[in-house]
Design a binder for this molecule. Structure first.
Ligand code: PLP
Ligand code: COI
Length: 341
């Protein structure tokens, strides 16, 4: 199979239209059999639930070309389970988890020409999503839904590739106590748009959101969880009921303990503790592990000793081990890698 003529090494994190996408519709209480289509457009009623009341949830995962030339995805079963949890919170029918994993495989296989080659630095980003399609004008859940999966080749999420980021402590919240911060709902990202535009205008790469109840604890950024490394080499990651349970973070906790023999603490992390940390990183499917060099809290700079040019040494080991597992250079824990081809 011939690959598309794409400058893989210079891809950013953007949308490139690929050949096929998966579509299934929910009507009269059940999902249809689903199909691949070439049509990238969605035609829905002007009063669709998604358009009026933002009834939409999504996922993000990647396909990788391994060192030995296979195409694989990483823990898609966890994305299936998280989409189900997100759907239930917004009163939507979940897409069956086994069918979710199969839809991912079909979409990746049908777009094989767009899966970036091993070593190119790019990957195929996969976006499954689910939204209410029939008219609703009173505030209530839709009765009809569409589940779609498209794929797009991507490079690094942050401009400039792997370089330490500068983040500000945001005055805006992205979640509410007992709200929807723990699910992957489009509405959380709408909440963050003004904050990210204003952070970029002020020269920051991202926002650090504090816990919305007390504004003293570190939550996450608009698109990734935090990992910190203490000066004695312990990995610390915030625990909160209003952050997204990142699959990358959960995988890194395992990698840190079982592959690298590191001590890991999943606990509340106070903003006031950050000046004692040695390293900081953002982790997520899109972010992979992006090092953070500096956090600015209303003019007060918290500079991590790892500096503004390099990834910290523990962050780097975590990055290399995780990407090694994803690209087939290191043996994966049972069930983590789903081979597509
Ligand atoms: N937090 C937020 C708000 C996100 O959007 C994402 C991306 O999916 C993550 C964390 C990281 O989650 P994952 O590692 O499952 O991609
Ligand atoms: C992902 O990492 O998959 C996400 O959904 C994050 C998003 C901000 C691109």
């Amino acid at each position: 199979m011939e690959k598309k003529n794409i400058d893989w090494g210079n891809l950013g994190f953007g949308y490139v239209q690929t050949d096929k996408r998966y579509v299934s519709n929910f009507k009269d209480g059940s999902w249809d059999e689903g199909t691949l289509t070439s049509d990238p457009t969605v035609v829905i009623n002007e009063c669709a639930g998604v358009l009026q009341y933002a009834q939409t949830v999504f996922e993000g995962l990647k396909a990788y070309t391994t060192e030995d030339g296979h195409i694989v995805t990483f823990r898609p079963d966890l994305n299936a389970a998280r989409l189900k949890a997100s759907a239930e919170r917004l009163e939507m029918p979940a897409f069956p988890e086994d069918r979710f994993v199969d839809a991912i495989a079909q979409t990746v296989a049908a777009n094989e020409a767009y899966v970036p080659p091993y070593g190119s630095g790019a990957t195929l980003y996969i976006r499954p999503y689910l939204f209410g399609t029939n008219p609703v004008i009173g505030v209530k859940p839709a009765d009809e839904y569409q589940f779609r999966v498209f794929a797009t080749p991507v490079g690094p999420y942050f401009k400039g590739g792997v370089r330490p980021l500068t983040i500000r402590v945001s005055d805006f919240d992205r979640a509410a106590p007992h709200g929807t911060g723990h699910i992957k709902a489009g509405l959380n990202y709408a909440m963050s748009l003004h904050a990210i535009v204003s952070a970029h205008k002020e020269g920051y790469d991202e926002n650090l959101y504090l816990d919305p109840a007390t504004r003293t604890k570190v939550e996450e950024t608009g698109g990734a969880n935090f990992l910190f490394v203490t000066k004695d080499g312990k990995v610390v990651t915030p625990k909160s009921s209003s952050i997204l349970p990142s699959i990358t973070r959960r995988s890194l906790v395992y990698v840190a303990k079982e592959y690298l023999g590191l001590e890991v603490e999943e606990r509340e992390v106070y903003l006031s503790e950050l000046e004692d940390m040695a390293e900081c990183g953002l982790c997520g499917t899109a972010a992979v592990i992006s090092p953070v060099g500096k956090i600015v809290d209303h003019g007060k700079e918290i500079c991590f000793p790892s500096g503004m040019t390099e990834m910290g040494p523990v962050t780097k080991k975590l990055y290399e081990t995780l990407t090694g597992i994803q690209m087939g250079r290191l043996e994966a824990p049972e069930g983590w890698i789903k081979v597509i081809k």
